[in-house]
Ligand binder design. Structure first.
Ligand code: NI
Length: 230
């Protein structure tokens, strides 16, 4: 599933993130890529010990955790702490790659945990008018999908896809990106649940509740009960 989530960040949260970024120090992003991805990765990122990164992680995670559309589409079990990158100048692109299936993350107690990257997400932090190029290009059965969204918007896409970031030829592309381990591992099952949930919400909105919508809600929850791993 590929999904555009408008205004994941409120205008206030976006303004805070951008103010933090205007004063942040960047490092070469190649250091965090695996051997396959490192070849193609030419960008900068906020270092893991950056105070600005910690604050932006809080802003993005708190928005992600209470966003109903993102919840319905991703059914998150765990969300990887977002990272922030910049594409500009000579470090301006990231060639075709697939994200690693497993990422390591530390929990609140400092214990190492493994997280499966079922879904990838990018939150755009610069407006499209601020830079040329920089499209996120995601391979799909319908051909390459070119994504360049308003600041504050998110694109959600399967972690299994080949994707790249096109060279930025003017300005700077700023973005946060993160991975989600879903309670429902299979993309096709997640898509069915999302379609059912969206249709049920629309039915209720247009026609109110009825015995049929109650039964359909039961179907949704009983499918989720079968497929979810909490
Ligand atoms: Ni990637």
């Amino acid at each position: 599933m590929m999904l555009h989530i408008p205004q994941l960040l409120s205008p206030e949260a976006l303004a805070q993130a951008r103010a933090l970024l205007s004063e942040a120090a960047w490092v070469d992003g190649g250091v965090s890529a695996g051997s396959q991805a490192g070849q193609a990765k030419r960008n900068e990122q906020l270092p893991l010990d950056s105070p600005a990164l910690a604050q932006i992680q809080t802003l993005v995670l708190s928005a992600a955790e209470r966003h109903a559309l993102l919840f319905s589409a991703a059914l998150p079990k765990r969300i990887f702490p977002p990272m922030v990158n910049r594409y500009s100048g000579a470090l301006n692109s990231y060639g075709d790659h697939v994200d690693a299936a497993i990422r390591h993350v530390r929990d609140a107690q400092g214990q190492a945990q493994r997280l499966r990257t079922d879904l990838s997400a990018t939150v755009f932090l610069a407006e499209p008018s601020e830079y040329d190029g920089g499209e996120l290009v995601i391979d799909s059965p319908l051909g390459p999908q070119r994504v360049k969204l308003a600041a504050g918007d998110m694109v959600l896409y399967p972690g299994s896809t080949v994707h790249r970031v096109e060279p930025v030829t003017r300005g700077a592309r700023l973005a946060a990106f993160l991975w989600i381990e879903s309670m429902v591992r299979q993309d096709a099952q997640r898509q069915l649940l999302f379609d059912l949930d969206m249709s049920l919400m629309a039915l209720r909105e247009h026609h109110g509740d009825s015995p049929e919508t109650v039964r359909l809600a039961g179907v949704y929850h009983n499918l989720l009960r079968q497929w979810a791993d909490t």
